[in-house]
Design a protein around this ligand. Sequence first.
Ligand code: GLV
Ligand code: MG
Length: 358
Amino acid sequence: MRSAKDFFEPLAMGAPQPVREIPFRPSRMIHFFPPSNQKMVAKVPEIAPKVDVLLGNLEDGVPASDKEAARAGLVHVGQTVDMGDTQLWTRVNSLDSPWFLDDICTLVAEIGHKLDVIMIPKVEGPEDIHYVDRLLAQLEAKAKLSTPLLVHAILETARGVANVEEICGASPRMQGLSLGPADLAANRRMKTTRVGGGHPDYLVRNDPAVGEDGKPDITGPRATSQQDLWHYTIARMVDACGTYGILPYYGPFGDITDTVACEDQFRNAYLLGCVGAWSLHPVQIDIARRVFSPTPEAVARAQRVIDAMGDGTGAVMLDGKMEDDASVKQCHVVVGLARDLAARDPELAKAYGFAESS
Ligand code: GLV
Ligand code: MG
């Protein structure tokens, strides 16, 4: 076992000091692009200012024949595109693939100073994070980086979910977790064939009405309601992230045409505590921005409660609702998030009425 005193010591000679806290940076949408696709790469300068995070994807979705081109394409983007205050992330290939080692060695050496977060797919336990942690420290030392790269794990195996708390606590580099519903469904042997979202067969049915014979009429019309396949996993993820001071995200929603259901899934995740989601297509960028930013009405209402609560203790009645020490804390979460987002998004600042004061 490692001494707690050493936890924040660099894992390699000359590597930067590990971070003690994960700074909150707006990351409502993690926008995926395939760096092997020249047309997409050409659009990066235009898309970068519109998103919180731009992610060069090297893993699933990139054919084996394009893996090296994707890596080179991302290096090119990192070396040539001015990202402004948009974060640049990557999703490297999984630890058991033949590409991971070259991905990480090349990226840290060539564009380590431009990358903010490295997403590691199919993380199964803390041992995966320990491996990446040490390797990154060695590569950072070699590249003479002054700040450590952060690590984000995708939760997409049953074992990963079972070990979620240990994964979150495995390194000071851990920045967050994303749900990987497609791989997770396959690994769990769920009988779905979708990327995220619900399923019409996963439902509950109202009790039957009583028939003329006084018995329950099980064949009569009965309303059903589709349930959320991902509720359990997201809730576990949110608690694990909260425990370790890192950030939870919904992952991909694959039905690009169903913008309504996408918005519903994102909103459920937002309400449960997630800070963002992946966007796989430009239409999902605006959905994520809308969903993961509190509404001006919610912010105004939260501010009223904060103002009415004075020193934050006791209880007040506002519009017929009881507010107290606990509800004012929720209001601080909403207003705090609004302030963090507004600092980077002038339109939002205006909508919240923060423009003059902040
Ligand atoms: C994402 O990587 C997923 O498997 O859903
Ligand atoms: Mg996956």
